[in-house]
Design a binder for this molecule. Structure first.
Ligand code: ADP
Length: 239
């Protein structure tokens, strides 16, 4: 691998199921994310965006190919090392409301998210998934009723950034928010990532959300079919 600092996927494939009913969710993805870079993953529903995010984050194992983080293959790590990596070097922000409810129940955001996905898709129990650091989990969570969608996401962003992770993974972080609140959340998220030097990998359907990132990749049928760089991401335009 050439970039030993960032996150790099090479020839990544992910197949769910077997035989005639198999779904090839990732069909050979190459993607390199430099330290501090923000990348929006876009594409139609079913194109493989969430699968790519989960494989990059070590939540789901790839069927073939490699994901390297700072020069280490995630697949070659022990389960314990992978869990430590997700706790200490990766942060997670999911769709509005989920982390807040998880915080109120004392559940773990990414774990709850992965469980929900597995329930929805009838998948097996899957691998152990990421947990935020204990200090973040055990913080005083306000009562559920006091969270608005925007507040919930600001809490989720703060939790995701505890411990100064190198990458934040965000899956539709503004998906349940109105436009103005989504703008605020993207402003908080990208400002915080920049301040900490963290990369951002974000799945979104919304082109206005993607404009907050320095690069957009387009997925279709499990492949990256296009890519665009933005010289002036939204936060700089907005100032
Ligand atoms: P997107 O995020 O772009 O909507 P996904 O990554 O969720 O795409 O899904 C890509 C493809 O993989 C879809 O055809 C979806 O139905 C399928 N898929 C995703 N997760 C599972 C799973 N756990 N079991 C079987 N098929 C799945």
């Amino acid at each position: 691998m050439t970039d030993t600092q960032g996150l790099e996927a090479v020839a990544l494939t992910k197949t769910y199921g077997e035989g005639p009913t198999a779904t090839h969710a990732l069909a050979g993805v190459d993607l390199r994310i430099a330290p501090g870079e923000s990348v929006a993953i876009m594409g139609p529903s079913g194109s493989g965006k969430t699968t790519l995010l989960h494989v990059l984050a070590g939540i789901l194992p790839a069927t073939a190919g490699t994901v390297m983080w700072r020069g280490r293959s995630i697949a070659d790590m022990s389960d314990a090392d992978r869990t430590t990596l997700r706790r200490s070097e990766f942060g997670f922000v999911f769709q509005s409301g989920q982390p807040a409810r998880a915080a109120c129940r004392g559940e773990r955001g990414p774990a709850a998210h992965a469980r929900r996905n597995r329930r929805r898709r009838g998948d097996g129990p899957g691998p152990a998934v990421a947990q935020p650091p204990r200090s973040a989990r055990d913080g005083d969570a306000p009562p559920r009723a006091s969270f608005s969608g925007g507040q919930a996401q600001r809490v989720a962003i703060a939790r995701a950034l505890v411990g100064n992770p190198g990458v934040i993974f965000a899956d539709e972080p503004t998906g349940a928010l109105d436009q103005a609140t989504g703008w605020e959340v993207m402003n908080s998220l990208t400002t915080a990532c920049r301040a900490q030097g963290a990369s951002l990998v974000l799945v979104t359907h919304d082109v206005d959300v993607a404009h907050w990132c320095s690069r957009t990749v387009q997925m279709r049928d499990g492949l990256i079919v296009g890519e665009a760089r933005q010289a002036a991401p939204a936060q700089e335009v907005a100032r």
